[in-house]
Design a protein around this ligand. Structure first.
Ligand code: TYD
Ligand code: MG
Length: 473
């Protein structure tokens, strides 16, 4: 029998429609998700989701550049992570564990974003009354204009949401959360399933692109469910931000309870900036003094196993205490326990130390039969390569029991050959450290003379400069 023209094949994962069956969806990459379905084309949607003028192409020269089309979020720490503000027509995913502050951040954006257009807050998580309570807690009720401008829709039903979007044409849409969205059109009918989440999010992102609006979507991440949750939305959105929390270490110079907002994908900016907030009585606040917040407050000398790294987090220099503990291996192989610094990096640095200081010949000093524990004070995860020399010093200090002088900050990359490589913005790191009371700085050879810098070309020289000769044990 001849097939009716109103049938198409639709991806149950992302909603992509194709005129013929495909094994793999070209949009989301899922396999075996195409099923025959009634086409919405002609009536509601075009097959390719390219709904504006699918039959024409546009010369590049005729397209308006997107320059200058960012709006300030009104929250500096967020703008920093986004690369200078919220891009129009863009979609931003905010992932994080329950209770970390996603809904709070969304409401603060709704209140503070520098736009004159309409702002729609869609909540499938909380009732209108609960949202009002949160708004009152954040003191938004002190500003009548803000309370008027934020429009609330408490629903996860995609149909309802699309109707409202088309009615009020907001410029900023805040969706809390992806997991509460559902639509009869997607294959499974319960909210929260991956298909529902992907399909509905895709529809909302597409709506925003076509209407020059920006959309934020929150998504819960649970420790077990990181892959099945927001990860599957990452390819659809322009920017992916994750909220992380520190482990509330006490005794820090800075505040114990802070939240880090990191970009893991950003089509419109770098991904090395982090936003640092604390959660207070009245919502999320930027941390004023980030320079010292990852240092442990203590009097007098440092204990062995501790070194202060001057690392870059985006455009900021922060000083972080790196802590190492080295004990004889419990098993037959030596293991590394380190979640704040990549454990592969810890292994590599300990191997380079052992080799280039000749420790393999010294049973009391070698690393290869030891278990290594590494931590960063304040629970901040450090990925910047400039941490390596400080990590080497912390490990060496832990193994030898010789403490580092308290006023020394350290930066440098360590190569497998034992050389210390230059790091970006060395001069800025030295100056920041000096301004925070670190009179001495251990680092790579500088391009220009650098006051206060003890420069070393390789790890052996560096260790000699601050710890003296390697002991003979
Ligand atoms: P919430 O934004 O609801 O987190 P998420 O949406 O990520 O689940 O808020 C997280 C926690 O923060 C909650 O336990 C209450 C607390 N909180 C404050 O401490 N101060 C505040 O001003 C607000 C609004 C919340
Ligand atoms: Mg929430």
């Amino acid at each position: 029998m001849k097939k009716s023209k109103t049938f198409v094949y639709k991806c149950s994962s992302c909603g992509k429609e194709e005129p013929k069956w495909l094994g793999r969806c070209p949009e989301c990459g899922e396999w075996n998700t195409f099923a025959e379905t009634l086409s919405a084309s002609g009536s509601k949607k075009d097959i390719n989701h390219n709904r504006k003028n699918p039959q024409f192409t546009v010369p590049l020269s005729a397209i308006d550049p997107m320059e200058g089309t960012r709006i300030g979020s009104g929250i500096d720490e967020l703008d920093r992570v986004l690369g200078g503000g919220i891009m129009k027509s863009s979609s931003i995913l905010i992932g994080g564990e329950p209770g970390i502050g996603k809904s709070t951040l969304l409401l603060q954006i709704a209140a503070a974003a520098q736009t004159k257009g309409r702002v729609l807050y869609i909540s499938g998580e909380e009732s209108a009354g609960q949202l009002r309570l949160r708004a009152d807690r954040l003191d938004l009720n002190k500003d009548k204009a803000i309370m008027e401008r934020i429009e609330i829709l408490c629903s996860g039903n995609l149909n309802d949401i699309e109707n409202v979007l088309n009615n009020i044409k907001p410029v900023l849409v805040l969706v809390d959360s992806a997991q509460t969205l559902y639509s009869e059109e997607a294959s499974m009918h319960t909210a929260g399933t991956i298909n529902q989440m992907k399909y509905c999010s895709h529809e909302l992102i597409t709506w925003a692109k076509e209407h020059d609006a920006s959309v934020f979507i929150t998504a819960h991440v649970t420790k077990e469910g990181i892959i099945s949750g927001p990860k599957t939305l990452e390819h659809m959105v322009d920017t992916v931000l994750y909220f992380e929390q520190n482990d509330k270490t006490s005794g820090l110079n800075g505040t114990a309870d802070c939240r880090f907002l990191r970009a893991v994908k950003n089509r419109f900016g770098a991904i090395d900036e982090i936003g640092i907030f604390t959660m207070g009585e009245k919502g999320l606040f930027p941390v004023a003094d980030t320079g010292r917040m990852f240092l442990v407050r203590r009097e007098g000398n440092l204990p062995p196993g501790v070194a202060t790294a001057a690392v870059l987090e985006g455009s900021r220099t922060i000083l972080v205490e790196i802590q190492a503990l080295v004990i004889p291996a419990k098993g037959t192989i030596s293991r590394v326990f380190s979640d704040k610094i990549d454990s592969g990096r810890v292994s590599r640095i300990s191997a380079a130390l052992e080799k280039h200081l000749g420790l393999h010949n010294k049973p009391g000093l070698r690393f290869s039969d030891q278990d290594l524990y590494v931590n960063a004070a304040g629970g901040i995860r450090i990925t910047e390569v400039g941490v390596e020399l400080a990590l080497a010093c912390a490990l060496y200090s832990a193994r030898t029991g010789i403490a580092l002088p308290a006023n020394t900050a350290i930066a440098g990359e360590l190569s497998l050959t034992g050389e210390i490589r230059p790091v970006r913005r060395l001069s800025g790191r030295v100056k920041t450290a000096a301004s925070l009371g670190f009179g001495s700085f251990l680092g790579p050879l500088p391009d220009q003379p650098e006051p206060g810098l003890q420069a070393a070309k390789d790890i052996k020289t560096a260790i000699g400069l601050i710890y003296g000769a390697v002991p003979n044990t």
